[in-house]
Every structure is written in structure tokens, then in C-alpha cells.
Design a protein around this ligand. Structure first.
Ligand SMILES: N[C@@H](CCC(=O)N[C@@H](CS)C(=O)NCC(=O)O)C(=O)O
Length: 207
């Protein structure tokens, strides 16, 4: 039986995606959370987390970790067997991470600089063109609704790494559903229903 150690900062979307993949595959693992910046360097050759230790093989990068999980534990697969669908799922994973990581970083730095009020997260500066959580962010959410279309999961009837990537970006937002950010998801029923379907598939809420 394989031994898996996951080194992952709590709450980070990349960590959530890998934990969701492990849950989907029903794999047991030991979780180690960094306590200091040194831990990032100690545990990962790139200095970035998450990283996984699979029987002594250190694998950094969440996308690579998912590849290695599929190689060693193929059931259920994290991408479609149809190469065209698989390519769309991988592209969506990359797009979601590039797009929404930017918004989260900007939002967190605005929060740190006091440009948005924690109690009214996202509302401050909403009509200000400098505020990327405004119209452009809403359009990206609408893109996600359109990509989903009438299917239960992205490009498929079963969940893939694309669904886990989307879930990882928004899974903490129900905590802030009385705020603009959470409400933006809640208003888009296809997205909030998709989140529920992903949680049902993985059988738990990932923190
Ligand atoms: N592409 C990487 C990104 C990982 C990443 O950005 N990790 C952040 C935490 S969420 C990190 O390790 N930051 C530490 C640093 O920048 O020094 C992945 O998918 O795993």
C-alpha cells in the first residue's frame, strides 16, 4: 500500500484541488501544513506548495500531482478518456487558475491595504475602474456558467480536474455569502449547483 504525504498550506486553492482529487479517488494521506517560509523550501524543490511525497517520490505543482495520482491510481480518472474532452478539461483548469488567482491576489492585497472594507468585502470601490472585482470579474463568472452549459460537469457527465479546479477557487465563498463575492456565486445558480454536485462526488467539504 502506497504512503502519501501532502504538504499543503491550508485554504489555498491549489491545496484544495489536490485534496479534492485525493478524496475523489478515496486515497488516505497524511497532511503536513507549513508553519514557516522555510517549510516551503524544505518540502518542495520549487519552493512552492502544495507538494506530494508518494512513497519517497517528491512531486511539486498541483497539476503535476494530479497527473501522478492518475498514473498510480487511475480509478476514477481525473480527465476524460476522450482526448478532445480531456484537452478542454485541462485547458479550463489552466484558465481558471490563471484567471481567478489574479482576482484573489488583487482582492487580498486591496484588503491588506484597506481599500476594501472587510465587513463589506468587495463592495468598496466597486464602481471604481481600478477595482478588478467589479464588471470584469462578473464577466469571468458568466464565462464559467457558459462553459458549463447544460452539463452537470465541465464537458462531461462525470467530474474531472476541471471541476476540481473551479471548486477550489470558490469553495470558501459560502462563508461570505452575505458579501458581494459570495453573492456573485449564489446569484449564478448553475455555479452554486455545480459546487454542490462536486461536493457530493467527493463526499466531503474540503477546507
Ligand atoms: N502552479 C503551482 C502554484 C503553487 C503556488 O503558487 N503556491 C503558493 C501557495 S498557494 C506558494 O507556495 N507560495 C510561496 C511562495 O510564493 O514563496 C501549483 O499549481 O501548485
Amino acid at each position: 500500500m502506497s504512503q502519501i504525504i501532502l504538504y499543503a498550506p491550508p485554504g489555498a486553492p491549489f491545496s484544495v484541488k489536490v485534496k479534492a482529487a485525493l478524496a475523489l479517488k478515496k486515497l488516505q494521506y497524511e497532511l503536513q501544513e507549513p508553519q514557516s517560509p522555510e517549510d516551503f523550501k524544505r518540502w518542495s524543490p520549487t519552493g512552492l506548495l502544495p507538494a506530494m511525497d508518494l512513497d519517497g517520490q517528491i512531486v511539486p505543482d498541483s497539476a503535476r500531482i494530479l497527473d501522478v495520482l492518475d498514473e498510480h491510481f487511475p480509478d476514477p480518472p481525473l480527465v476524460s478518456e476522450d482526448p478532445k474532452v480531456a484537452s478542454s478539461q485541462r485547458s479550463l483548469e489552466a484558465w481558471v487558475e490563471a484567471t481567478f488567482t489574479f482576482y484573489w491576489r488583487t482582492y487580498l492585497s486591496q484588503l491588506a491595504q484597506g481599500e476594501v472594507d472587510e465587513g463589506r468585502r468587495g463592495r468598496g470601490g466597486r464602481n471604481n475602474s481600478r477595482d478588478p472585482m467589479g464588471r470584469e470579474f462578473a464577466q469571468r463568472l458568466d464565462d464559467l456558467v457558459n462553459f458549463l452549459g447544460n452539463r452537470p460537469f465541465y464537458y462531461s457527465d462525470v467530474p474531472s480536474r476541471a471541476d476540481l479546479a473551479v471548486y477550489s477557487m470558490f469553495n470558501r465563498l459560502p462563508d461570505v455569502s452575505d458579501t458581494d463575492l459570495g453573492a456573485a456565486i449564489a446569484r449564478r445558480e448553475p455555479l452554486s449547483e455545480h459546487m454542490v454536485r462536486v461536493e457530493q462526488a467527493i463526499g466531503q467539504t474540503i477546507e
